[in-house]
Design a protein around this ligand. Structure first.
Ligand SMILES: [Zn+2]
Length: 395
């Protein structure tokens, strides 16, 4: 017999083994689960933290973007308003328009932007849009001047609906239906005169001019024109009908005079002083200036000269007709003095650099090496008795 029993596992051992193994296994499994749960929990926390961080990051980015975007938007709006107004002041109305339209189309109400948009639409003969924008500007920042513009534009709109249009080259001519012949003549003259002036001023930009022919009655009632005005340029060229019945030379003088104003406006913008506008227009319009020279002579003799820096605004504001005539005479006399002593090209220099200087003195000093006051004194000095005869006769 063999020790078979010794070879057999004892029962306690088997039981122990079974129990302990199972328990051990359970323990291990439990531990493993715990570890797993712990790891899972850690992973979950990490995962959730990562998600939270990501969310936080995205939120921060978004918030930062929003915070950053808001000033950018404001900056862009401010830039568009400033750029639009600045281009408008330089007379570049078509370039100014999209900047200001962009501001208004984004829902921003800005009195200055609306006011200048009104001015631009008015110059483009888009009267309804001009009135709408001025009304908003007037509502936000009331001014008598804007109200006057709205009243005038409403009258014009009423008349405009009755007028016919003729278009040729750079010109849109508005006229009464019954005035087809005269309007054709006027339009033809405008095209001819424009070609001459474009050469004289070295200005060949593709630009549109609006010309409106009025009855004498409408010219006075709608435009509130002074009785001495032969025609008006205020962004558009306005001619009363009586002048279309003049002979062709007289008609062309008026057309040339007003078209020079329009071209100066396009070259140098809105801030050209009235004396320079009127001086150049008279110097180049081809009219006989004998009477103007006599007025200047009388003003010097009678000590009625008006300082040039008092002639910056339009002469329409002078209630006294004598003052108006002296203002025109001085404008012509001073421009003739500048041309005679320095050449017409210096006038072109002034116009072409008009917006490159912050004031007139800097501009004139840059061209003549003398400021405006020094130039004016030199001019006055030539107008001593006998001195006035030295003013040039030829233009
Ligand atoms: Zn004029």
């Amino acid at each position: 017999m063999t020790h078979q029993v010794q070879k057999t596992k004892p029962l306690w051992a088997e039981r122990f083994c079974k129990t302990k193994t199972v328990d051990l296994m359970k323990l291990i499994v439990k531990k493993l689960r715990l570890v797993h749960y712990r790891e899972s929990a850690i992973m979950l926390v990490i995962k959730q933290s990562t998600q939270m961080l990501a969310c936080l990051f995205i939120t921060l980015i978004s918030t930062n973007y929003c915070f950053a975007n808001e000033p950018n938007k404001r900056q862009e709006t401010r830039y568009n308003i400033n750029r639009g107004i600045s281009l408008y002041k330089e007379g570049r109305i078509n370039e100014a328009l999209p900047y200001l339209e962009d501001v208004i189309n984004s829902g921003i109400v800005h009195p200055n932007a609306h006011y200048v948009l009104g001015e631009i639409y008015y110059a483009r003969n888009e009267l309804k849009k001009a009135i709408d924008n001025w009304k908003i500007a007037q509502h936000k920042a009331p001014k008598d001047a804007i109200l006057t513009k709205i009243t005038k534009a409403k009258k014009e709109l009423k008349l405009d609906e009755k007028l016919s249009d003729k278009i040729s080259c750079n010109f849109i001519l508005k006229h009464d239906h019954d005035d087809a012949y005269s309007s054709e003549l006027v339009l033809h003259s405008f095209v001819n005169v424009y070609n001459e002036l474009a050469y004289d001023f070295g200005w060949y930009n593709n630009c549109e001019f609006t010309v409106i022919l009025y009855s004498n009655e409408d010219f006075v009632n709608i435009l509130d024109a002074p009785p001495w005005a032969a025609a008006i340029y205020d962004g558009k060229i306005r001619i009363p009908l009586q002048y279309t019945s003049l002979n062709i030379d007289e008609l062309e003088e008026i057309i040339r005079h007003e078209l020079i104003h329009a071209i100066l406006h396009r070259i140098a913008g809105n801030n050209v002083p009235a004396w320079l506008h009127e001086g150049i227009a008279q110097y180049k319009d081809g009219a006989d200036n004998t009477e103007v020279r006599n007025t200047l002579r009388d003003a010097v003799v009678n000590n009625l000269m008006i300082p040039i820096n008092h002639l910056k605004s339009g002469f329409v504001n002078f209630k006294d007709n004598t003052k108006v005539r002296i203002a025109y005479a001085e404008s012509l006399g001073f421009v003739e003095y500048l041309v005679s002593n320095y050449g017409f090209y210096t006038i072109l220099d002034i116009l072409n650099n008009f917006n490159n200087y912050s004031n007139l003195d800097e501009l004139f000093t840059s061209v003549y090496s003398l400021n405006l006051n020094q130039l004016e004194n030199s001019w006055i000095a030539t107008m001593t008795p006998g001195g006035i005869n030295r003013l040039p006769e030829n233009r």
